[in-house]
Design a protein around this ligand. Structure first.
Ligand SMILES: Cc1cc2nc3c(=O)[nH]c(=O)nc-3n(C[C@H](O)[C@H](O)[C@H](O)COP(=O)(O)OP(=O)(O)OC[C@H]3O[C@@H](n4cnc5c(N)ncnc54)[C@H](O)[C@@H]3O)c2cc1C
Length: 472
């Protein structure tokens, strides 16, 4: 029997453990433990269920275009619990100039693909629209160096597109500063589109056409762009544990240090206790992994230390539906930084997804902090609740008393992919080739989204299985 230990029970570690479980079920002579430092498994994924409300402390959905999360749900037998966004109210708003303005129809991420809605939208000034249309003429970048999201968008579509769309919509997903975040590691499809089609608008139109043609050939699926689970993303976590009878899941097992060499690793727990293993999968956040790697693989650890994390906070509020002062006719809104508000975005959760609030209630979730306003995320619960209610009153006219207001701090939780991120990751992975049996998984490396982390967990497990069994 060969033993593998997964350290960290977030979705990447859980996906790795489940991949190993499937190998054990198929007869592989493997033993596996998953050591989680906290009381709960799931890491950033944490669902609270109370009185018919489904409240997410961290992520609330995942993108369906990357198949790993949907595939995992299928393997776990919970695909019938997948739910998409409400097709009746798909609008997203931008708060600009003191009011909520709908994103123009045909905007694909930030690229206009329909002329009329774009020409008529009050979201951009005439000069802003003309500058965005210059994308049709501007030559493509000649070198292949990485650049920031801000530099990319400014170059192709101008300052207004950056401030009103790219910063709140795209950098917002990463809670990042567009001036420092890497376009290559966060939105590689934009870089590829520019390389292939020169113009983002022409490239997006060509892709849309190809997708329409392919849609006729492929069997249709019913997935919306964002998907979640009926009882919250925590369902995925619970199902992995339930469907992995051969994995030893240990919570409250915080790893203090690791030591050893090829095929002979030792894991020391905080408060005493040690485990031996032939292979380790480190699925902890980057800064913890750096600390664990320091005595074993110091070069990789030093590079890993450069990857920064920022704090965010999420505030969920529920209200009685009867007499509620807003129609909530959309998915919510984003707020550009130049508007000077505390909140970065607000999801109208009960309109966006089904099963989030019981009959007769509505629920909203606001996001604060991130790289551009990290000090706000560090404020105490009472201050955050007051700031959010003030913004909701001024932006949406909500003056009612909520039935509850829950504040969740996500301190130093959002990983930042700065310019040249992928180069640093390549160098870490290259260095780790000198330490056979050590594998890394998680959001610090090649994608922060839940599907990326699942995919990454699977790949690390497959590398560990191959290392231990010689099976490719
Ligand atoms: C607020 C927020 C909202 C997000 N929203 C979305 C979204 O809507 N959709 C989406 O796709 N993605 C979203 N993301 C990103 C996504 O949720 C994360 O990238 C992903 O869940 C990270 O998974 P992970 O397994 O890499 O790490 P984590 O979830 O951080 O798991 C790491 C685990 O390691 C454990 N650990 C730490 N130290 C030790 C130790 N010494 N010993 C043992 N265990 C240890 C931790 O307790 C934790 O459980 C969001 C992230 C945040 C923070």
């Amino acid at each position: 029997m060969k033993k593998v230990i997964v350290i960290g029970g977030g979705i990447a570690g859980l996906a790795a453990a489940y991949r190993i479980q499937r190998e054990i079920s198929a007869g592989a002579p493997l033993e596996c433990s998953l050591l989680e430092g906290g009381d709960q498994f799931g890491g950033k994924i944490a669902t609270e269920r109370s009185d018919g409300f489904v409240i997410e402390r961290g992520p609330d959905s995942f993108i369906s275009q990357k198949p790993a999360a949907i595939r995992l749900c299928e393997q776990l037998g919970i695909a019938d619990h997948l739910v998409g966004t409400n097709p009746e109210t798909p609008s997203t708003y931008v708060y600009t100039g003191g009011r909520l303005v709908t994103m123009p129809d045909g905007l694909s991420l930030m690229i206009p693909t329909k002329f009329l809605p774009f020409a008529l939208t009050p979201l951009f000034s005439l000069s802003g629209k003309i500058r965005m249309a210059f994308d049709l003429l501007i030559p493509k970048k000649v070198d292949e160096n990485d650049e920031s999201l801000a530099s990319f968008v400014r170059r192709r579509m101008g300052e207004e597109a950056l401030r009103k769309m790219a910063e709140p919509m795209l950098a917002g997903i990463y809670a990042s500063d567009p001036e420092t975040m890497s376009i290559g590691s966060t939105f590689p499809m934009f870089v590829e589109t520019e390389r292939k089609y020169r113009s983002l608008i022409l490239g997006m139109l060509a892709r849309k056409k190809a997708m329409l043609l392919n849609a006729n050939k492929r069997p249709a699926n019913n997935y919306s762009l964002f998907m979640t689970l009926k009882d919250g993303l925590g369902e995925m976590v619970e199902a992995v544990i339930k469907k992995s009878p051969d994995i030893q899941f240990e919570s409250g097992a915080r790893v203090e240090s690791i030591s050893g060499k090829e095929g002979d690793w030792c894991v020391n727990l905080e408060g005493g206790g040690e485990h031996k293993a032939d292979a380790l999968i480190l699925a902890t956040p980057g800064h913890i992994t750096a600390r664990l790697l320091q005595p074993v693989a110091p070069n990789a650890a030093e590079t890993l230390k450069r990857i920064k994390y920022v704090s965010t906070a999420a505030v969920t509020l529920a209200y009685k539906k009867e007499g509620f002062s807003h129609a909530l006719d959309g998915f919510g809104f984003v707020v550009p930084k130049c508007e000077g508000r505390s909140i970065l975005a607000c999801t109208w959760t009960s309109s966006k997804f089904p099963h989030r609030a019981p009959e007769g209630y509505v629920m909203l979730r606001c996001y604060l902090g991130g790289a551009l306003q990290e000090d706000i995320a560090e404020k105490d619960e009472q201050t955050l609740a007051t700031l959010v209610r003030q913004d909701l009153k001024e932006i949406m006219g909500i003056e009612e008393e909520p039935v509850f207001c829950k504040v969740f701090h996500n301190r130093k939780s959002n990983v930042q992919y700065h310019v040249n991120h992928s180069r640093h990751i390549d160098s870490i992975m290259k260095d780790l080739e000198n330490f056979p049996g050590l594998f890394l998984a998680g959001s610090a490396y090649r994608g922060i989204g839940i599907p990326d982390c699942i995919q990454n967990g699977n790949q690390s497990a497959e590398s560990a299985i191959q290392f231990l069994t010689g099976k490719s």
